[in-house]
Design a protein around this ligand. Structure first.
Ligand SMILES: Cc1cc2nc3c(=O)[nH]c(=O)nc-3n(C[C@H](O)[C@H](O)[C@H](O)COP(=O)(O)OP(=O)(O)OC[C@H]3O[C@@H](n4cnc5c(N)ncnc54)[C@H](O)[C@@H]3O)c2cc1C
Length: 382
Protein backbone atom coordinates (compact mmCIF):
# COMPACT_ATOMS: atom_id res chain seq x y z
CA UNK A 1 0.00 0.00 0.00
CA UNK A 2 1.40 3.42 -0.95
CA UNK A 3 0.17 6.84 -0.01
CA UNK A 4 0.98 10.35 -1.10
CA UNK A 5 3.44 12.28 1.07
CA UNK A 6 1.79 13.44 4.29
CA UNK A 7 -1.17 11.11 3.87
CA UNK A 8 -1.77 8.88 6.88
CA UNK A 9 -2.17 5.27 5.75
CA UNK A 10 -3.50 3.64 8.86
CA UNK A 11 -6.57 5.36 10.12
CA UNK A 12 -8.87 2.66 11.39
CA UNK A 13 -8.67 -0.22 13.77
CA UNK A 14 -9.91 -2.45 10.95
CA UNK A 15 -6.68 -2.05 9.04
CA UNK A 16 -5.33 -5.15 10.74
CA UNK A 17 -7.74 -7.77 9.49
CA UNK A 18 -7.84 -10.98 11.48
CA UNK A 19 -9.18 -13.08 8.59
CA UNK A 20 -6.50 -15.61 7.57
CA UNK A 21 -7.43 -15.52 3.87
CA UNK A 22 -7.02 -11.75 3.79
CA UNK A 23 -3.77 -11.96 5.73
CA UNK A 24 -2.34 -14.34 3.14
CA UNK A 25 -3.55 -12.00 0.36
CA UNK A 26 -1.51 -9.22 1.96
CA UNK A 27 1.60 -11.27 1.29
CA UNK A 28 0.97 -11.10 -2.44
CA UNK A 29 0.91 -7.30 -2.36
CA UNK A 30 4.49 -6.94 -1.11
CA UNK A 31 6.84 -5.07 -3.43
CA UNK A 32 10.37 -5.47 -2.04
CA UNK A 33 11.87 -2.92 -4.44
CA UNK A 34 9.47 -0.15 -3.37
CA UNK A 35 9.96 -1.35 0.19
CA UNK A 36 13.71 -0.78 0.04
CA UNK A 37 13.30 2.71 -1.40
CA UNK A 38 10.59 4.00 0.92
CA UNK A 39 10.61 2.02 4.19
CA UNK A 40 12.01 4.84 6.32
CA UNK A 41 9.14 7.18 5.50
CA UNK A 42 5.99 7.14 7.57
CA UNK A 43 3.94 6.48 4.45
CA UNK A 44 6.47 4.12 2.85
CA UNK A 45 5.51 0.91 1.12
CA UNK A 46 6.05 -1.30 4.16
CA UNK A 47 4.34 -4.62 4.79
CA UNK A 48 2.35 -4.13 8.03
CA UNK A 49 2.84 -7.86 8.59
CA UNK A 50 4.52 -7.75 12.01
CA UNK A 51 1.25 -8.24 13.95
CA UNK A 52 0.78 -11.57 12.14
CA UNK A 53 4.41 -12.65 12.32
CA UNK A 54 4.70 -11.84 16.02
CA UNK A 55 1.52 -13.75 16.74
CA UNK A 56 2.82 -16.74 14.81
CA UNK A 57 -0.01 -16.61 12.24
CA UNK A 58 2.55 -16.48 9.44
CA UNK A 59 6.32 -16.96 9.54
CA UNK A 60 9.19 -14.88 8.23
CA UNK A 61 10.07 -17.83 5.99
CA UNK A 62 6.59 -17.76 4.48
CA UNK A 63 7.04 -14.05 3.68
CA UNK A 64 10.41 -14.63 2.02
CA UNK A 65 9.16 -17.65 0.04
CA UNK A 66 6.25 -15.62 -1.39
CA UNK A 67 8.55 -12.80 -2.47
CA UNK A 68 11.05 -15.11 -4.18
CA UNK A 69 8.24 -17.10 -5.81
CA UNK A 70 6.92 -13.89 -7.31
CA UNK A 71 10.20 -13.71 -9.25
CA UNK A 72 12.12 -11.09 -7.30
CA UNK A 73 15.81 -11.93 -7.07
CA UNK A 74 17.58 -12.17 -3.71
CA UNK A 75 19.32 -8.90 -4.57
CA UNK A 76 16.05 -7.09 -5.31
CA UNK A 77 14.51 -8.43 -2.10
CA UNK A 78 17.66 -8.13 0.00
CA UNK A 79 16.60 -5.13 2.11
CA UNK A 80 13.32 -6.76 3.11
CA UNK A 81 14.95 -10.14 3.71
CA UNK A 82 17.51 -8.37 5.88
CA UNK A 83 14.72 -6.83 7.95
CA UNK A 84 13.12 -10.25 8.34
CA UNK A 85 16.55 -11.48 9.44
CA UNK A 86 16.63 -8.77 12.13
CA UNK A 87 13.60 -10.50 13.64
CA UNK A 88 15.36 -13.87 13.50
CA UNK A 89 18.47 -12.34 15.01
CA UNK A 90 16.52 -10.99 17.98
CA UNK A 91 14.76 -14.35 18.44
CA UNK A 92 18.15 -16.07 18.56
CA UNK A 93 19.30 -13.53 21.15
CA UNK A 94 16.24 -14.35 23.24
CA UNK A 95 16.76 -18.11 22.87
CA UNK A 96 20.31 -17.70 24.11
CA UNK A 97 19.97 -14.97 26.73
CA UNK A 98 16.61 -16.16 28.09
CA UNK A 99 15.51 -13.89 30.99
CA UNK A 100 18.72 -11.90 30.68
CA UNK A 101 17.07 -10.23 27.70
CA UNK A 102 15.72 -7.95 30.46
CA UNK A 103 19.28 -6.90 31.39
CA UNK A 104 21.39 -4.38 29.48
CA UNK A 105 22.90 -6.76 26.94
CA UNK A 106 26.19 -5.21 25.83
CA UNK A 107 26.83 -2.35 28.19
CA UNK A 108 25.00 -0.51 30.94
CA UNK A 109 22.81 2.23 29.56
CA UNK A 110 24.62 5.46 30.40
CA UNK A 111 23.20 8.80 31.59
CA UNK A 112 20.05 7.34 33.16
CA UNK A 113 18.11 9.59 35.53
CA UNK A 114 15.17 7.34 36.44
CA UNK A 115 13.42 4.01 35.84
CA UNK A 116 9.93 5.38 35.30
CA UNK A 117 7.65 6.23 32.41
CA UNK A 118 7.69 9.70 30.91
CA UNK A 119 4.28 11.23 31.57
CA UNK A 120 4.53 13.24 28.35
CA UNK A 121 4.79 10.04 26.28
CA UNK A 122 2.07 8.29 28.23
CA UNK A 123 -0.32 11.20 27.68
CA UNK A 124 0.83 11.93 24.11
CA UNK A 125 1.96 15.42 25.18
CA UNK A 126 5.59 15.57 24.11
CA UNK A 127 4.83 18.71 22.04
CA UNK A 128 6.35 17.00 19.01
CA UNK A 129 3.10 16.97 17.06
CA UNK A 130 3.63 13.90 14.89
CA UNK A 131 4.85 11.87 17.88
CA UNK A 132 1.79 12.82 19.92
CA UNK A 133 -0.50 12.00 17.01
CA UNK A 134 1.20 8.63 16.49
CA UNK A 135 0.99 7.69 20.19
CA UNK A 136 -2.76 8.37 20.09
CA UNK A 137 -2.85 6.19 16.99
CA UNK A 138 -0.95 3.44 18.83
CA UNK A 139 -3.62 3.42 21.53
CA UNK A 140 -6.28 2.99 18.82
CA UNK A 141 -4.73 0.65 16.29
CA UNK A 142 -1.86 -1.09 18.08
CA UNK A 143 0.82 -0.09 15.58
CA UNK A 144 3.68 2.37 15.15
CA UNK A 145 5.97 2.74 12.14
CA UNK A 146 9.55 1.58 12.85
CA UNK A 147 10.98 5.09 12.54
CA UNK A 148 8.38 6.44 14.99
CA UNK A 149 9.31 3.64 17.44
CA UNK A 150 12.92 4.78 17.15
CA UNK A 151 11.98 8.43 17.75
CA UNK A 152 9.79 7.52 20.73
CA UNK A 153 12.50 5.37 22.29
CA UNK A 154 15.11 8.09 21.68
CA UNK A 155 12.86 10.70 23.33
CA UNK A 156 12.24 8.38 26.29
CA UNK A 157 15.80 7.15 26.89
CA UNK A 158 18.22 9.62 25.36
CA UNK A 159 16.41 12.96 25.64
CA UNK A 160 14.23 12.12 28.68
CA UNK A 161 16.97 9.90 30.22
CA UNK A 162 14.71 7.05 31.35
CA UNK A 163 16.11 3.53 31.57
CA UNK A 164 14.71 1.61 28.57
CA UNK A 165 12.90 -1.12 30.52
CA UNK A 166 9.80 0.71 31.77
CA UNK A 167 8.93 2.60 28.57
CA UNK A 168 9.56 -0.58 26.55
CA UNK A 169 6.90 -2.36 28.63
CA UNK A 170 4.47 0.46 27.89
CA UNK A 171 5.05 0.13 24.13
CA UNK A 172 4.87 -3.67 24.22
CA UNK A 173 1.57 -3.43 26.10
CA UNK A 174 -0.04 -1.57 23.20
CA UNK A 175 1.55 -3.18 20.12
CA UNK A 176 -0.42 -5.77 18.16
CA UNK A 177 3.02 -7.07 17.12
CA UNK A 178 4.41 -6.92 20.66
CA UNK A 179 7.36 -9.31 20.78
CA UNK A 180 9.74 -9.34 23.74
CA UNK A 181 12.79 -10.11 21.59
CA UNK A 182 12.28 -7.39 18.96
CA UNK A 183 11.01 -4.92 21.52
CA UNK A 184 13.62 -5.32 24.25
CA UNK A 185 16.53 -5.54 21.82
CA UNK A 186 15.34 -2.54 19.77
CA UNK A 187 14.85 -0.39 22.87
CA UNK A 188 18.31 -1.41 24.04
CA UNK A 189 19.72 -0.64 20.61
CA UNK A 190 18.30 2.90 20.70
CA UNK A 191 19.39 3.43 24.32
CA UNK A 192 22.98 2.33 23.60
CA UNK A 193 22.75 -0.78 25.79
CA UNK A 194 22.81 -3.21 22.82
CA UNK A 195 24.76 -1.01 20.38
CA UNK A 196 27.94 1.00 20.46
CA UNK A 197 26.21 4.38 20.76
CA UNK A 198 22.84 5.95 21.53
CA UNK A 199 20.49 6.82 18.68
CA UNK A 200 19.43 10.48 18.50
CA UNK A 201 16.86 12.19 16.32
CA UNK A 202 16.24 15.87 15.71
CA UNK A 203 13.24 17.78 14.40
CA UNK A 204 14.70 18.09 10.91
CA UNK A 205 15.00 14.30 10.63
CA UNK A 206 11.49 13.78 12.05
CA UNK A 207 10.05 16.36 9.63
CA UNK A 208 11.79 14.70 6.67
CA UNK A 209 10.54 11.18 7.32
CA UNK A 210 7.05 12.13 8.51
CA UNK A 211 6.41 14.88 5.93
CA UNK A 212 5.82 17.46 8.64
CA UNK A 213 7.28 20.96 9.12
CA UNK A 214 7.17 21.69 12.83
CA UNK A 215 9.82 24.17 14.07
CA UNK A 216 10.89 25.70 17.36
CA UNK A 217 10.68 22.50 19.44
CA UNK A 218 13.32 21.21 21.89
CA UNK A 219 14.41 18.84 19.12
CA UNK A 220 14.83 21.68 16.59
CA UNK A 221 18.56 21.78 17.00
CA UNK A 222 21.80 20.25 15.73
CA UNK A 223 22.76 16.75 16.84
CA UNK A 224 25.78 18.16 18.68
CA UNK A 225 23.51 20.40 20.77
CA UNK A 226 20.90 17.68 21.36
CA UNK A 227 23.45 15.22 22.70
CA UNK A 228 24.55 17.78 25.32
CA UNK A 229 21.04 19.03 26.17
CA UNK A 230 19.49 18.88 29.68
CA UNK A 231 16.15 17.05 29.92
CA UNK A 232 13.64 19.57 28.47
CA UNK A 233 10.86 20.82 30.83
CA UNK A 234 8.21 19.01 28.76
CA UNK A 235 9.83 15.64 29.53
CA UNK A 236 10.53 16.07 33.25
CA UNK A 237 7.29 14.52 34.56
CA UNK A 238 7.36 10.79 35.35
CA UNK A 239 4.71 8.19 36.17
CA UNK A 240 4.94 4.83 37.89
CA UNK A 241 3.65 2.43 35.28
CA UNK A 242 1.06 -0.12 36.35
CA UNK A 243 0.05 -2.49 33.58
CA UNK A 244 -2.13 -5.56 33.76
CA UNK A 245 -4.20 -7.80 31.49
CA UNK A 246 -7.74 -8.91 32.27
CA UNK A 247 -7.95 -12.41 30.85
CA UNK A 248 -11.34 -13.84 29.88
CA UNK A 249 -12.94 -16.12 32.47
CA UNK A 250 -13.08 -19.64 31.04
CA UNK A 251 -13.65 -23.17 32.29
CA UNK A 252 -11.24 -26.06 31.80
CA UNK A 253 -11.22 -27.18 28.16
CA UNK A 254 -12.91 -30.46 27.28
CA UNK A 255 -10.06 -32.76 26.31
CA UNK A 256 -10.39 -36.16 24.66
CA UNK A 257 -7.45 -37.81 26.43
CA UNK A 258 -7.15 -40.47 23.77
CA UNK A 259 -5.88 -37.75 21.44
CA UNK A 260 -2.94 -35.32 21.57
CA UNK A 261 -3.45 -31.69 22.53
CA UNK A 262 -1.94 -28.88 20.50
CA UNK A 263 -1.12 -25.84 22.60
CA UNK A 264 -1.52 -22.41 21.00
CA UNK A 265 -0.59 -19.15 22.71
CA UNK A 266 -0.23 -15.44 21.99
CA UNK A 267 2.95 -16.17 19.96
CA UNK A 268 1.57 -19.19 18.11
CA UNK A 269 -1.73 -18.75 16.33
CA UNK A 270 -0.80 -20.61 13.14
CA UNK A 271 -3.95 -22.03 11.50
CA UNK A 272 -1.90 -24.30 9.21
CA UNK A 273 0.02 -26.03 12.02
CA UNK A 274 -0.77 -29.81 12.00
CA UNK A 275 -4.08 -28.68 10.49
CA UNK A 276 -5.17 -32.12 9.25
CA UNK A 277 -4.51 -33.96 12.52
CA UNK A 278 -7.25 -35.28 14.74
CA UNK A 279 -6.30 -33.50 17.97
CA UNK A 280 -7.55 -31.25 20.74
CA UNK A 281 -6.63 -27.60 20.16
CA UNK A 282 -6.31 -25.17 23.06
CA UNK A 283 -5.32 -21.52 23.13
CA UNK A 284 -3.81 -21.20 26.55
CA UNK A 285 -3.65 -17.77 28.19
CA UNK A 286 -1.45 -18.25 31.22
CA UNK A 287 -1.94 -15.70 34.01
CA UNK A 288 1.76 -16.10 34.86
CA UNK A 289 2.73 -15.12 31.30
CA UNK A 290 0.47 -12.08 31.14
CA UNK A 291 1.49 -10.95 34.59
CA UNK A 292 5.14 -10.93 33.42
CA UNK A 293 4.30 -9.50 29.98
CA UNK A 294 0.99 -7.59 30.21
CA UNK A 295 -0.87 -6.56 27.05
CA UNK A 296 -3.76 -4.11 26.56
CA UNK A 297 -7.39 -5.08 26.07
CA UNK A 298 -7.03 -4.11 22.40
CA UNK A 299 -4.11 -6.50 21.95
CA UNK A 300 -5.89 -9.29 23.79
CA UNK A 301 -8.94 -8.85 21.57
CA UNK A 302 -6.70 -9.01 18.50
CA UNK A 303 -5.27 -12.33 19.76
CA UNK A 304 -8.74 -13.71 20.47
CA UNK A 305 -9.96 -12.68 17.00
CA UNK A 306 -6.92 -14.29 15.31
CA UNK A 307 -7.56 -17.58 17.08
CA UNK A 308 -10.92 -17.83 15.30
CA UNK A 309 -8.97 -18.95 12.20
CA UNK A 310 -8.22 -22.23 14.00
CA UNK A 311 -11.17 -24.63 13.79
CA UNK A 312 -12.51 -26.10 17.03
CA UNK A 313 -10.04 -24.27 19.20
CA UNK A 314 -10.94 -23.88 22.87
CA UNK A 315 -9.70 -20.95 24.93
CA UNK A 316 -8.39 -21.55 28.41
CA UNK A 317 -7.22 -18.88 30.83
CA UNK A 318 -5.05 -20.90 33.18
CA UNK A 319 -1.68 -22.54 33.55
CA UNK A 320 -0.37 -25.35 31.32
CA UNK A 321 -0.14 -27.62 34.36
CA UNK A 322 -3.92 -27.92 34.42
CA UNK A 323 -3.89 -29.35 30.89
CA UNK A 324 -1.14 -31.77 31.84
CA UNK A 325 -3.19 -32.95 34.83
CA UNK A 326 -6.12 -33.78 32.56
CA UNK A 327 -3.96 -36.61 31.21
CA UNK A 328 -3.25 -38.02 34.69
CA UNK A 329 -5.83 -40.77 34.36
CA UNK A 330 -5.20 -41.49 30.67
CA UNK A 331 -3.15 -44.24 29.10
CA UNK A 332 -1.12 -41.69 27.20
CA UNK A 333 1.64 -39.72 28.88
CA UNK A 334 1.25 -35.95 28.77
CA UNK A 335 4.92 -35.66 27.86
CA UNK A 336 4.29 -37.66 24.67
CA UNK A 337 1.06 -36.02 23.72
CA UNK A 338 1.09 -32.31 24.58
CA UNK A 339 2.52 -30.54 21.56
CA UNK A 340 3.55 -26.92 21.20
CA UNK A 341 5.97 -24.87 19.10
CA UNK A 342 9.42 -24.14 20.49
CA UNK A 343 9.51 -20.62 21.95
CA UNK A 344 11.70 -18.91 24.58
CA UNK A 345 8.64 -17.62 26.47
CA UNK A 346 7.20 -21.12 26.85
CA UNK A 347 10.15 -23.32 27.73
CA UNK A 348 8.19 -24.58 30.76
CA UNK A 349 5.60 -26.36 28.59
CA UNK A 350 5.78 -30.14 28.89
CA UNK A 351 5.77 -32.44 25.88
CA UNK A 352 6.88 -32.21 22.30
CA UNK A 353 8.13 -28.90 20.85
CA UNK A 354 7.86 -28.50 17.10
CA UNK A 355 10.51 -26.23 15.59
CA UNK A 356 9.47 -22.83 14.27
CA UNK A 357 10.07 -21.98 10.61
CA UNK A 358 13.33 -20.08 10.18
CA UNK A 359 14.75 -18.42 7.06
CA UNK A 360 18.25 -19.33 8.21
CA UNK A 361 17.73 -22.44 10.39
CA UNK A 362 21.41 -23.31 10.62
CA UNK A 363 22.47 -19.91 12.00
CA UNK A 364 21.86 -20.37 15.72
CA UNK A 365 23.32 -19.00 18.93
CA UNK A 366 24.33 -15.54 20.07
CA UNK A 367 26.01 -13.06 17.78
CA UNK A 368 27.10 -9.77 19.39
CA UNK A 369 26.06 -7.78 16.32
CA UNK A 370 23.41 -8.15 13.66
CA UNK A 371 25.93 -7.84 10.85
CA UNK A 372 28.06 -10.74 12.12
CA UNK A 373 24.82 -12.78 12.23
CA UNK A 374 23.78 -11.54 8.75
CA UNK A 375 27.16 -12.51 7.26
CA UNK A 376 26.64 -16.07 8.53
CA UNK A 377 23.11 -16.05 7.12
CA UNK A 378 24.29 -15.04 3.65
CA UNK A 379 27.15 -17.59 3.80
CA UNK A 380 24.66 -20.30 4.79
CA UNK A 381 22.80 -19.83 1.48
CA UNK A 382 25.94 -20.35 -0.66
C1 LIG B 1 11.76 0.75 19.91
C2 LIG B 1 11.32 -0.35 18.98
C3 LIG B 1 10.45 -1.32 19.44
C4 LIG B 1 10.06 -2.38 18.59
N1 LIG B 1 9.18 -3.34 19.07
C5 LIG B 1 8.82 -4.36 18.26
C6 LIG B 1 7.93 -5.37 18.73
O1 LIG B 1 7.51 -5.40 19.88
N2 LIG B 1 7.56 -6.33 17.84
C7 LIG B 1 8.01 -6.37 16.57
O2 LIG B 1 7.62 -7.25 15.81
N3 LIG B 1 8.86 -5.43 16.11
C8 LIG B 1 9.29 -4.43 16.91
N4 LIG B 1 10.15 -3.48 16.42
C9 LIG B 1 10.74 -3.66 15.08
C10 LIG B 1 9.99 -2.95 13.94
O3 LIG B 1 9.71 -1.62 14.28
C11 LIG B 1 8.68 -3.64 13.57
O4 LIG B 1 8.89 -5.02 13.37
C12 LIG B 1 8.09 -3.06 12.28
O5 LIG B 1 7.96 -1.67 12.40
C13 LIG B 1 6.78 -3.71 12.01
O6 LIG B 1 6.11 -3.13 10.93
P1 LIG B 1 6.02 -3.85 9.53
O7 LIG B 1 5.58 -5.24 9.66
O8 LIG B 1 5.20 -2.94 8.65
O9 LIG B 1 7.54 -3.83 9.13
P2 LIG B 1 8.27 -3.89 7.72
O10 LIG B 1 9.17 -2.73 7.63
O11 LIG B 1 7.30 -4.10 6.62
O12 LIG B 1 9.20 -5.16 7.89
C14 LIG B 1 8.83 -6.48 7.54
C15 LIG B 1 9.12 -7.37 8.70
O13 LIG B 1 10.51 -7.35 8.97
C16 LIG B 1 10.74 -7.42 10.37
N5 LIG B 1 11.38 -6.17 10.80
C17 LIG B 1 11.38 -4.97 10.17
N6 LIG B 1 12.10 -4.08 10.85
C18 LIG B 1 12.56 -4.70 11.94
C19 LIG B 1 13.37 -4.31 13.04
N7 LIG B 1 13.87 -3.08 13.14
N8 LIG B 1 13.63 -5.23 13.98
C20 LIG B 1 13.15 -6.49 13.90
N9 LIG B 1 12.39 -6.93 12.88
C21 LIG B 1 12.10 -6.04 11.91
C22 LIG B 1 9.39 -7.56 11.02
O14 LIG B 1 9.11 -8.93 11.17
C23 LIG B 1 8.47 -6.95 10.01
O15 LIG B 1 7.17 -7.42 10.12
C24 LIG B 1 10.56 -2.42 17.26
C25 LIG B 1 11.43 -1.43 16.81
C26 LIG B 1 11.80 -0.40 17.66
C27 LIG B 1 12.74 0.66 17.13
Amino acid sequence: MTAKPGEQIITTHNYFTTDYKLIVEKLQAINPVNYANTRNFINGDITYLAPYISRGVISVKQVMDVILKKGYSFLEAEKLIQELAWREYYQRVWQEKKLSIWDDLKQTQSDVVHNKMLTALLNAQTNIEIIDQQIKNLYKIGYLHNHIRMYVAAIACNIGKAHWKTPSKWMYYHLFDGDIASNNCSWQWVAGAFSSKKYYCNQENINKYTHTNQVGTYLDNSYEAIVKMQVPDQLLGTTLLQLSTDLPITSLPIIDTSRPTLIYNSYNLDPTWRAKENVNRVLILEPSHFSAYPVSENVLNFILELCKNIPEIQIYSGEILAIKQLYNQSELLADDIIISKEHPAFEHYPGIKDPRDWIFPSVKGYYPSFFSFWKKCVDSTK
